[in-house]
Design a protein around this ligand. Structure first.
Ligand code: BGC
Length: 756
C-alpha cells in the first residue's frame, strides 16, 4: 500500500485500508485513545521487526549541524526502506516535502516521518533567548512566544520541537544557561508549563500545533564545574526539591515527549537511567508520551564506560527510551539483542507503539502532509509576531544600574555607539537560531539610528583569544586593537553619551560554550576602560547569554542594561528603553556573581552552621569577596521608584486546610508609569532537615502610574510550605516560618507566622 497522487486523498485511503471504522478528518481530530489503539494495533500487526526498529530511529539530515561524535548518511535510502521514524534539522520545507513523499509513497507501509527541529526561541521571528524571556517573569507572554513559534514552525512542515529546555542551573559558566529559565524551580515550572501549552495548543492534530519535547531529562544544568556534558552527583532531596519540578510541570501540562540528557546521574547515564525514566517519569509522574535520547547519547554511553553500542542500546531500551537520536544503535543492534535475550519483543513493541501514538496524536495518519501543505504566513501575521517580539524583548531587558538618571537619554544628546555587538544581526538573535529570518532583525545601532543621528565605531575585536575564535567561528579583524580603539575614542570624544554594546557572540553561549572566566573578553574590557577614561557617561548595553561578572563595570559605567540576545527586535527594544518610551521592568532569574569563584551562588542557598558575620573570620565566607552576588535573583531597576508598606497578615497562625493572606500596598513614588514585580519568599525556620534561606512561592506584576497606590494580596496554603524530607516524603512540618516580600530576593520586608 502506497501513497500516490493527491496527498490528502491518499492519506484517507491509507486510513481506510488500516482501519475498519475510518477516522474523523482533520479539524475534528481530537485524540480518541480507543480509536488510536485499534489503529495502531492494526498497523503494528503488519510491521516487520526491521520496520518496528525503523520507527525508533531518529536521524539528523545528511550534512546538518553535527554536535556529537557521529552523523547520519544515506538518509533518503533508509527512509525508503522504512528504517527511519523521525528526522530533524532539515534545512527547508521543500526537502521535508520530498522526504515525506519518499516515506509515504515508497516505503512498504507508507508510515509518515515525524519532522523535528530545534525551535528554541522562535522560528522565523526570533524572540529573546529563553534566559532573557524568563526575566520578564511573564508566563503568559512566554506562552504566546511559543504559540507564535509553533505557528511559524508548523507552516514550515515541522511537527515536533525540541523545546522547552527546563534545566535549572546555578552555574553561569555553563553556556546552556542561555536556553533555560534560570536558577529557580518555581518560576521554571510556570515557564515550562506555559511553553508546552503554547506549542501544543489544545489539540496537537491541528495544523498549527506542534508537539513539545521537554529536555534535557534530567539535571543537565548541574553539570560539575559548569563544563558541558559533565557528571552530576546530587542528593535525592536536592534532585526532587530543586531540579525536577520544571520537568514534572511540563509533564503535568501534557507534554508529548521527553528528551533525556547527556550527563550521568549518580553513576548512571540519564539515557539508561531506569530509576529516572521508568520509576520517576513514567510510574510516579504518569508520563505516557514517548522518550527520545539526545544527540548520539546512546553511542556516548560507550565513552561513559558502559560498554559497546550493542549493550548500551539494550540498556537504553530497557530503561525506557523509545527513540534513539543519531546513534543508530537501536536500528542496528536490537535484533541481535533480541536473539540473545538482552531485550524482549514486548519492549520493542512498546517503544514502537509510543512513537506511532505520537504521530497519530499529531494527525499524521490522517494527513502526512498536514503541516507541509500549510501556506506561508501572511504579512499581517508577521506583523503580529514582530509586535510580540518587540514586547518580549522590552520585557526581558534588565536595568542593572542607572546612576544620576543617565537613562533615559535626552532628546538632542549626541550619541556614540561602539562595540563589536552593536551591529551584528546574528548575535542579536543568539544561540540556537536555525531558521531565524535575519532580514527581520534590527540591531542596536539600527534601532538608535531611527531615533537620532549617532556616530559608530566597532572599537574592539569580539575576542583576542585566537583559540577561542577558532572554536566559535570568529574571523579576527584585520585592524589592530589600537586602531579599533582609536576610532572608538574619536566618536566618543565628540558625543555627549557613549553607548557601548558588549558581551558575547551567539556562539559564545549555548551548547558547548562553557567558560571558566565569565567576565567580558579582554579586548572589550580594554575598550570599555578607555571609554570610561574619556569622562563621558558610558551606558553599557550587554548582549550575553549568561550572567557575567561586572564588578568594575558596576563601579565605572553610568548605566548598565542587560538586554541578552534579544531576537528580531533587539534594536527597537533597546532604543525604546534607552529613550524612555518603555520603562524597563525585567528581573534577573539568575544571580550575577561578583567573581566567578563564588559559583554556584544562588538566592536559595542554605545558611550553614556558621552563617556569614561581617568582620568575623571563622564564619562561612571568603577572605577576598563578599558572599552575596553583585546583583541578586529577582533584581532589576526601573526609571521610576516604588515603595511598599509593611506586610499585613490576616492571621499569624494557620493550619492545614486554612489559607493565610499576606497583603502589601505598593506606591509608584517616581515620575514615570512602570511595572514592578512583587516577589514572595518563604523560609522554614525550624525543620527536620536543613532548609534554604528562602524559596520563591508567589509573585505578581503590578503596573502603576506615577503617584498611584495598589494593594495586592497573596494566598499562602500548606502546599507552599511542603518539601521533601529525609524519607523523600513531600510534606509540611508544623512550626515557625518567615514570610518575605520584596522587589528582589535581597531587599525584602519580613514577618513570621506559624503552621499549627
Ligand atoms: C542538544 C539538544 C538538541 C539536539 C538536536 C543536542 O546536541 O543537546 O538540545 O535538541 O542536539 O539538535
Amino acid at each position: 500500500m502506497k501513497f500516490t497522487g493527491n496527498h490528502r486523498l491518499s492519506a484517507l485511503v491509507f486510513l481506510a485500508f488500516l482501519l475498519p471504522t475510518g477516522l474523523s478528518a482533520k479539524g475534528s481530530n481530537v485524540d480518541k485513545p480507543g480509536e488510536r489503539k485499534i489503529f495502531i494495533d492494526s498497523l503494528m500487526s503488519k510491521m516487520t521487526l526491521d520496520e518496528k526498529l525503523g520507527q525508533l530511529n531518529l536521524l539528523a539530515w545528511d550534512g546538518s549541524l553535527q554536535t556529537g561524535a557521529a552523523a547520519n548518511s544515506g538518509v533518503s535510502e533508509k527512509v525508503k526502506d522504512g528504517l527511519v521514524g523521525g528526522l530533524f534539522n532539515i534545512e527547508s520545507k521543500d526537502v521535508r516535502m520530498q522526504v515525506q513523499q519518499l516515506a509515504v509513497e515508497q516505503s512498504r507501509l507508507g508510515i509518515p516521518i515525524i519532522f523535528a527541529q530545534d525551535v528554541i526561541h522562535g522560528h522565523r521571528t526570533v524572540f529573546p533567548i529563553p534566559l532573557g524571556l524568563s526575566c520578564s517573569w511573564d508566563p503568559e507572554l512566554i506562552k504566546q512566544t511559543a504559540r507564535a513559534a509553533a505557528v511559524e514552525a508548523s507552516r514550515d512542515g515541522i511537527d515536533w520541537v525540541f523545546s522547552p529546555m527546563v534545566d535549572v542551573s546555578r552555574d553561569p559558566r555553563w553556556g546552556r544557561v542561555a536556553e533555560g529559565a534560570g536558577e529557580d524551580p518555581y518560576l521554571g515550572s510556570l515557564i515550562a508549563k506555559a511553553m508546552v501549552v503554547g506549542y501544543q495548543g489544545d489539540d496537537m492534530a491541528k495544523p498549527d500545533a506542534v508537539m513539545a519535547c521537554v529536555k534535557h531529562f534530567a539535571l543537565y544544568g548541574a553539570a560539575e564545574s559548569g563544563r558541558d556534558y559533565n557528571t552530576v552527583d546530587m542528593s535525592e532531596i536536592k534532585i526532587f526539591q530543586d531540579y525536577l519540578p520544571p520537568y514534572q510541570a511540563a509533564v503535568d501540562a501534557g507534554v508529548g515527549s521527553v528528551m533525556t540528557s547527556f550527563n550521568d546521574i549518580n553513576g548512571v547515564p540519564a539515557t539508561s537511567n531506569k530509576w529516572l525514566i521508568d520509576d520517576v517519569l513514567r510510574k510516579d509522574w504518569g508520563f505516557s508520551g514517548f522518550i527520545a535520547t539526545d544527540y548520539t547519547a546512546i553511542r556516548e554511553m560507550g565513552a561513559h564506560g558502559l560498554g559497546d553500542l550493542e549493550s548500551c542500546s539494550a540498556l537504553a531500551l530497557d530503561a525506557g527510551i523509545d527513540m534513539d537520536m543519531v546513534s543508530e544503535g537501536f536500528v542496528n543492534t536490537l535484533k541481535t539483542s533480541l536473539a540473545s535475550g538482552a531485550v524482549t519483543m514486548a519492549e520493542i513493541n512498546l517503544a514502537c507503539r509510543r512513537v506511532l501514538e505520537a504521530k497519530y496524536k499529531l494527525g499524521l495518519f490522517v494527513d502526512p502532509f498536514l503541516r507541509l501543505k500549510e501556506a506561508d504566513g501572511n504579512s499581517l501575521q508577521n506583523k503580529r509576531f514582530m509586535d510580540l517580539a518587540l514586547d518580549a524583548a522590552r520585557k526581558s531587558a534588565v536595568l542593572l544600574k542607572n546612576e544620576n538618571q543617565t537613562l533615559p537619554l535626552k532628546e538632542g544628546q549626541k550619541i556614540a555607539v561602539v562595540g563589536p555587538l552593536a551591529d551584528s544581526k546574528k548575535d542579536a538573535m543568539g544561540t540556537w537560531v536555525l531558521n531565524g529570518d535575519e532580514t527581520r532583525v534590527t540591531t542596536v545601532l539600527e534601532g538608535l539610528r531611527k531615533r537620532s543621528v549617532v556616530s559608530y565605531a566597532k572599537g574592539a575585536k569580539l575576542t583576542d583569544d585566537g583559540a577561542m575564535a577558532n572554536l566559535i567561528g570568529y574571523s579576527m579583524d584585520e585592524q589592530s586593537n589600537d586602531e579599533l580603539i582609536a576610532e572608538a575614542l574619536e566618536v566618543a570624544q565628540s558625543a555627549d553619551v557613549v553607548v557601548a554594546v558588549l558581551g558575547e557572540s551567539a556562539a559564545m553561549n549555548g551548547e558547548a560554550a562553557s567558560m571558566a572566566d565569565i567576565s567580558l573578553q579582554a579586548s572589550q574590557k580594554r575598550l570599555l576602560h578607555k571609554l570610561v577614561e574619556t569622562g563621558k557617561p558610558v551606558v553599557l548595553v550587554l548582549v550575553t547569554g549568561r550572567p557575567v561578572t561586572l564588578e568594575w563595570e558596576n563601579e565605572n559605567c553610568a548605566a548598565i542594561l542587560q538586554c541578552w540576545s534579544a531576537g528580531s527586535q533587539t534594536g527597537n527594544a533597546v532604543a525604546d528603553i534607552l529613550y524612555g518610551d518603555y520603562n524597563p521592568s525585567g528581573k534577573l532569574t539568575m544571580s550575577f556573581p561578583r567573581k566567578v569563584g563564588q559559583v554556584p551562588v544562588y538566592y536559595s542557598m542554605k545558611t550553614t552552621g556558621r552563617p556569614f558575620w561581617d568582620g568575623v573570620k571563622y564564619t562561612s565566607r571568603y577572605l577576598d569577596v563578599a558572599n552575596s552576588p553583585l546583583y541578586p535573583f529577582g533584581y532589576g531597576l526601573s526609571y521610576t521608584s516604588f515603595t511598599m508598606n509593611d506586610i499585613q497578615l490576616n492571621k499569624t497562625t494557620f493550619s492545614e486546610n486554612d489559607t493565610l493572606t499576606a497583603t502589601v500596598s505598593l506606591t509608584n513614588t517616581g515620575g514615570m508609569a512602570g511595572e514592578e514585580t512583587v516577589q514572595l519568599y518563604v523560609r522554614d525556620l525550624v525543620a527536620t532537615i536543613t532548609r534554604p534561606q528562602k524559596e520563591l512561592k508567589h509573585f505578581q506584576k503590578v503596573y502603576l502610574k506615577p503617584g498611584e497606590t495598589k494593594t495586592i494580596g497573596f494566598k499562602i496554603t500548606i502546599d507552599d510550605l511542603k518539601f521533601y524530607n529525609s524519607a523523600l516524603k513531600y510534606q509540611a512540618e508544623p512550626g515557625e516560618f518567615r514570610l518575605e516580600i520584596g522587589f528582589n530576593s535581597r531587599d525584602i520586608k519580613a514577618i513570621n507566622f506559624t503552621l499549627e
